[in-house]
Design a protein around this ligand. Structure first.
Ligand SMILES: [Zn+2]
Length: 163
C-alpha cells in the first residue's frame, strides 16, 4: 500500500479527514477541503488586490492610519517621490544628468530656504533646460571629448543651479 494513502491529516491545519481521497495535493502538501477553500479565497483576494488593484476600504483605512503615523514620526523626507508630470519635465534636462542629479535639482528648488511651488520649480527647470542646451552647444565647440564635455557640463550645471 502506498504510504501516502495512510495520510488522513491536513498538512496545513492538522485536521483529520475521513479518507486520504479527501485531501488534495498542492505545493504546501496534502490539504483538507477547508484549507483548499481558504487558499483559493486568498489567491482570489491577491488577484483582486494586486493584479486588478481593487482594495478593501477597511484595508485602505488601516493603510491611511499607518501613513499618518509614519508622517508624524518622520522629521525628514528620505526620498522625494515626484508626480509623474514633474518627472517628465525634469527628464527634458537631457542625457547629461543622472536621475539623481535631476532629483537634487528639484529638491533644491522646492525645499530650499525660499521654496518654490511645484509649478514654479518646473518653470525654473524648464528655463534651466533651455540654458543648458545653449551651454551644451557652446561646450561642443570648445571641447573634444565626450568625457570632457560631461565634466564641463556638470560644472556649468552646478553654476546654473546656484544662480
Ligand atoms: Zn486543513
Amino acid at each position: 500500500m502506498n504510504v501516502k494513502n495512510n495520510r488522513v491529516h491536513c498538512d496545513k491545519c492538522g485536521e483529520k479527514v475521513r479518507r486520504f481521497k479527501d485531501l488534495k495535493k498542492v505545493n504546501e502538501g496534502y490539504l483538507c477541503p477547508k484549507c483548499i477553500r481558504e487558499n483559493r479565497a486568498k489567491r482570489r483576494e491577491f488577484l483582486r488586490r494586486n493584479i486588478l488593484g481593487i482594495r478593501k476600504r477597511s484595508d485602505l483605512i488601516k493603510e491611511w492610519a499607518a501613513k499618518r503615523e509614519l508622517r508624524k514620526n518622520i522629521t525628514y523626507k528620505p526620498k522625494i517621490k515626484l508626480p509623474k508630470e514633474d518627472r517628465l519635465k525634469i527628464n527634458t534636462l537631457g542625457l547629461y544628468l543622472t536621475k539623481n542629479e535631476r532629483l537634487v535639482l528639484y529638491k533644491k528648488l522646492v525645499q530650499g530656504e525660499n521654496p518654490l511651488t511645484s509649478e514654479e520649480a518646473n518653470k525654473r527647470i524648464n528655463n534651466l533646460s533651455e540654458q543648458m542646451k545653449t551651454l551644451i552647444e557652446k561646450l561642443r565647440n570648445e571641447v573634444d571629448t565626450q568625457e570632457e564635455l560631461n565634466k564641463r557640463f556638470k560644472e556649468g550645471f552646478a553654476k546654473l543651479i546656484e544662480g
